[in-house]
Design a binder for this molecule. Structure first.
Ligand SMILES: Nc1ncnc2c1ncn2[C@@H]1O[C@H](COP(=O)(O)OP(=O)(O)OP(=O)(O)O)[C@@H](O)[C@H]1O
Ligand SMILES: [Mg+2]
Length: 352
């Protein structure tokens, strides 16, 4: 394991910002640290970087305990949310900054900065100053500046938070490709789950200073291991009386359930694939979401959300529909479990 955090605790006054944080990261992986605001993501990054000291626990990088090694000696690159470029320096000088501090010779600096400008696709813009760049370009410069001294580990704290949605999406893909080209172990903080899912090899979910779950985006999505993870990931909706839904019965140990729109299939009455397991519902509202419709439904008194392709037969508010619910996540205060619709346990009713 390349980076290991073992039982890290950190208090700010009485507030516990890190609560027994333990995880490890393999070399070369891009890890997304995902959690709500205030869940302790930046604190974890700052402790790894050496900008903050844990009250207890060990931080190990490449087999060496670094708790007592100052930030400047840890060989870590850091990209912040607000670019933090030097305003009066050109793109070239911004990227060269760390190399100048290391007193590298001029020829090396020229070559290395040239290489990085190419990597970030800003050839010809080396003499510009930050105010002459777009937000996306500035963030690429910040990325190149962090990479210039050849760090072993790259930390990015919400690097795209200040950038508008479309450019942000392009930058995600760019970041993923560029990091894999460079092959550097990286930790990327975000509170945007789409961003984490698209960018990261593995996601660590944080909540109230704790690590809730670590796994690949698909594992996190399909197998949430804590009630928080089940509620936090996806467009999750909480329902209390899930026993009223066809194909499910109330499990007394798990009083609540989480449902996601992608677990709900809606058809016009008569077109059901599993008629015996479909319930009748009413469309209460329809929202056009560009690439799909979002439906608000009521099924036996329970409110649900579903998606529907633009290619499917059109529905209107007030229409009666057949609703099949594939699965739910049942949860209590301590644990979560997957519940499949009864139809998928009854082989006779499944058509392939
Ligand atoms: N230097 C500090 N002094 C006191 N409290 C702090 C300090 N730094 C962080 N905190 C508190 O610790 C908690 C975790 O903060 P942190 O910045 O790590 O959260 P975060 O997950 O990065 O949130 P965000 O998504 O809003 O950036 C917050 O409640 C914050 O107010
Ligand atoms: Mg933060």
């Amino acid at each position: 394991m390349y980076v290991e955090l073992k039982n890290i605790n950190k208090n700010f006054g009485n507030f516990r910002a890190s609560d027994n944080v333990t995880f490890s990261i393999e070399q070369g992986k891009l890890i997304g640290l995902l959690g709500p605001s205030g869940s302790g993501k930046t604190t974890i990054l700052r402790m790894i970087a050496g900008l903050e000291n844990p009250d207890s626990g060990d931080i190990i990088i490449d087999g060496v305990r670094v708790n007592d090694i100052p930030a400047s000696k840890r060989g870590i690159g850091f990209v912040f949310q607000n670019y933090a470029l030097f305003r009066y320096m050109t793109v070239f000088d911004n990227i060269a900054f760390g190399l100048e501090v290391q007193k590298k010779d001029k020829a090396y600096i020229k070559e290395r900065v040239g290489e990085l400008i190419k990597l970030i696709g800003l050839e010809g813009l080396d003499k510009r100053r930050p105010h002459q760049l777009s937000g996306g370009q500035k963030q690429r410069v910040a990325f190149a500046r962090a990479l210039a001294p050849n760090p072993h580990l790259l930390l990015l704290d919400e690097p795209f938070a200040a950038i508008d949605a479309k450019v942000r999406k392009e930058l995600r893909t760019w970041l993923r490709e560029t990091i894999s080209k460079v092959g550097i172990t990286s930790i990327f903080v975000t509170h945007d789950q789409d961003e984490a899912v698209e960018v990261a090899d593995e996601i660590i979910i944080t909540n109230k200073g704790r690590v809730e779950q670590k796994g690949s985006p698909a594992e996190i999505y399909k197998n949430p291991q804590t009630p928080f993870a089940a509620k936090f990931i996806g467009e999750s909706l909480m329902i209390e009386d899930y026993g009223r839904l066809k194909g499910f019965s109330l499990d007394k140990e798990y009083p609540k359930a989480v449902i996601r729109p992608d677990f709900v299939s809606v058809t016009k009455p008569g077109n059901e694939v599993y008629p015996n397991s479909s319930a009748t519902g009413t469309v209460e509202d329809i929202f056009f979401r560009g690439n799909l419709y979002e439906l608000r439904l009521r099924v036996n008194g329970v409110k649900l959300t579903a998606y529907r392709s633009l290619e499917d037969e059109e529905l209107r508010a007030g229409d009666e529909v057949s609703v099949l619910i594939y699965r739910l996540y049942l949860y209590n205060d301590n644990s979560v479990k997957l519940a499949e619709n009864d139809v998928f346990r009854n082989v006779n009713e499944v058509f392939i």
